[in-house]
Design a protein around this ligand. Structure first.
Ligand code: AMP
Ligand code: MN
Ligand code: MN
Ligand code: MN
Length: 295
């Protein structure tokens, strides 16, 4: 049984449509996949329609949180997406992402980079016309979309350089965005019947300054955190070992996942997996949604 609990589609910053992600997971011999787009379950219906016999889709998302200026990502599974408090926070996060992305485009233009807001929205398919629904329910826009526009404009050779030179945390065109406190995020997802895993904790994403602090992880566990993603492609062996030991100490499960973004990361579904017993223990308390299987 091969279980991958972290993947992105073009509904956020992955490159493949949700149905295509399922097709590729099947090809990669994954049996259970969680679709975890940033701050949305907008890809779920399309992914669910493509689930073949014998395959299980876990509804999920990756919540963009922040702690003392560093980004902290929280994976959430099997929550009720209609829960009013959670739905309101997700709308606020997505709306602020739009405002923030437009500000970043203006900063780039001021610096002489030939990108337009229309172009970035088209890359994200966040033009209000595309699936899954338009407006604030539209595709979730993120820095990787802006990075692609920067590359198209010839102001960076590739995505990595676009982050390094322009839009990485602290870069000249970087703008911070609204983000939930990670402890509050865990509590909110729990109250919506879901379960949470701390994503890739070795480095706070977008900075090179260290790992998610121990005291924060302790508080997240007290709020109901169910697991830690110790096995992640960005972790080296010592980081993975450190977080496996921390998870054991804290009495939470260890997960392993690919964090596939399609072409952006290189196709890598199933390159890290979660032990079936850990998976069962993780989802045992979930009451907000059901795993999706076809019959
Ligand atoms: P955002 O949520 O809009 O701030 O964008 C964060 C996303 O950008 C992450 O989820 C990654 O997919 C990607 N990302 C962050 N930092 C880098 C980087 N240094 N190089 C390439 N991609 C990155
Ligand atoms: Mn991403
Ligand atoms: Mn992440
Ligand atoms: Mn991710």
């Amino acid at each position: 049984m091969r279980i991958d609990l972290h993947s992105h589609s073009s509904v956020s910053d992955g490159t493949e449509a949700p149905g295509e992600v399922i097709g590729r997971a099947v090809e990669a011999n994954v049996d259970i996949l969680a679709l975890t787009d940033h701050d949305t379950v907008g890809g779920l219906a399309e992914a669910a329609a493509r689930v073949p016999r014998g395959f299980t889709l876990i509804p999920g998302m990756e919540l963009s949180c922040a702690h003392e200026g560093s980004s902290v990502h929280v994976l959430a599974y099997l929550f009720d997406a209609q829960h009013p408090g959670l739905a309101a926070e997700l709308r606020r996060i997505r709306e602020d992402r739009l405002v923030r992305a437009e500000s970043m485009v203006h900063r780039l233009q001021d610096a002489g980079v030939d990108v337009t807001w229309e172009q970035v929205r088209a890359i994200a398919d966040a033009d209000g016309a595309g699936p899954p629904g338009g407006g604030p329910e539209d595709n979730v826009i993120g820095r990787p979309h802006i990075a692609r526009a920067i590359v198209e404009a010839g102001a960076a050779a590739d995505i990595q350089e676009a982050f390094d030179v322009w839009i990485g945390s602290g870069g000249p065109a970087y703008v911070a965005r609204y983000a939930l406190d990670p402890v509050r995020a865990v509590a909110l997802v729990r109250s919506a019947g879901g379960v949470c895993v701390l994503a890739h904790p070795a480095r706070a994403e977008g900075t090179l300054t260290g790992a998610v602090p121990d005291t924060l992880v302790d508080r997240m566990v007290r709020a109901g955190l169910g697991g830690i993603e110790a096995d992640h492609p960005s972790h080296d062996e010592s980081e993975a070992a450190y977080w496996r030991a921390r998870a054991e100490e804290l009495g939470v499960v260890v997960t392993g996942s690919s964090d596939d973004h399609g072409e952006l990361t290189g196709h890598r579904l199933g390159c890290r997996t979660t032990d079936p017993e850990a998976f069962d223990r993780l989802i045992e308390p979930a009451t907000g949604a059901e795993p999706i299987r076809s019959d």
